[in-house]
Design a binder for this molecule. Sequence first.
Ligand SMILES: NC(=O)c1ccc[n+]([C@@H]2O[C@H](COP(=O)([O-])OP(=O)(O)OC[C@H]3O[C@@H](n4cnc5c(N)ncnc54)[C@H](O)[C@@H]3O)[C@@H](O)[C@H]2O)c1
Ligand SMILES: O=C(O)C[C@H](O)C(=O)O
Length: 354
Amino acid sequence: MEQNAEASRRIATLSAHLYPPSFQGSSLLRRSNCRAKGGAPGFKVAILGAAGGIGQPLSLLMKMNPLVSVLHLYDVVNSPGVTADVSHMDTGAVVRGFLGAKQLENALTGMDLVIIPAGIPRKPGMTRDDLFKINAGIVQSLCEGIAKCCPGAIVNLISNPVNSTVPIAAEVFKKAGTYDPKRLLGVTTLDVVRANTFVAEVLGIDPREVDVPVVGGHSGVTILPLLSQVKPACSFTSEEIDYLTNRVQNGGTEVVEAKAGAGSATLSMAFAAAKFADACLRGLRGDAGIVECSFVASQVTELPFFATKVRLGRSGAEEIFPLGPLTEYERASLAKAKQELAGSIEKGVSFVCK
Ligand SMILES: NC(=O)c1ccc[n+]([C@@H]2O[C@H](COP(=O)([O-])OP(=O)(O)OC[C@H]3O[C@@H](n4cnc5c(N)ncnc54)[C@H](O)[C@@H]3O)[C@@H](O)[C@H]2O)c1
Ligand SMILES: O=C(O)C[C@H](O)C(=O)O
């Protein structure tokens, strides 16, 4: 019996490679299902926009994550090539590729975590809000697919402008009757990663030892590093506070300008997204004490969405932490952040409710 099963598994693997890596028919799915049975235990993760600047390195990093058993790579272009490439890595996750809107539902069915870096990036001179026109519709249609095919999945939303795309996703899920605020998380980890790096440079210590809470949102003045709450405890001069706050708020623009028209942060973003996704998966597994900053539905301020530290658990963002004591400088920055955030959130909500 066992020999027969082993023989058919081998034949399936060989015959799969006699076909071109077409993503149109069911041969790919049959092949993958065959392999998936022998795959490592773990979570099923989909990346939507997997062939992009963020999507490719993120696919690589998620294929390396031992908590991932199945990795679905979806894009409207080039996903077969990325899938073939990543699938040759000798790690546990089984990789399957999906190309174009017709394959979105197959890409999403059964997923535990969906990561969305789909959408256009900035060029020099643009704000993140300038991306709204195109990215709002992309996020809306992908979230409609999630509501239909994996309504219980945790969603990590990367596509900009995050301050508006997270409210868009929430409205799509509400319309579909599947909204669970705990499961919708805007990814602001890159702001924390940058803040840790820049603070470590100023302090002359290893960035891995630094933890800077970054609250608010993910655009310009809405990005608010709480330098009074840095761990390990330390103090800064007012010049250092100005420098660090501006550098973190403009970190994205720094990369956009350096890339000079070739896009925005992709490698550091893939690193940040993989770090955040790993935290979500450890939370799903039931690990205790997983805390990350994220832009989520929140009652910390009067705004319906706000980024603060959240505790990640089996059902997503299970606890949202308050801001903690703020300095006068931080209180003034918070007021500016809230003013801009209110408009961006409203813009996202009315895009779906129009
Ligand atoms: N949250 C953050 O901190 C953060 C950081 C960096 C970039 N971003 C944002 O992430 C997004 C992607 O950036 P990038 O540099 O990877 O861009 P990119 O253009 O290199 O890649 C985007 C990918 O999305 C795909 N795509 C477009 N429409 C799609 C659809 N309907 N379904 C599936 N895939 C689709 C494209 O084919 C492309 O492969 C941008 O909006 C960017 O502003 C966010
Ligand atoms: O700056 C951008 O447009 C991309 C991203 O939001 C970033 O912070 O790097």
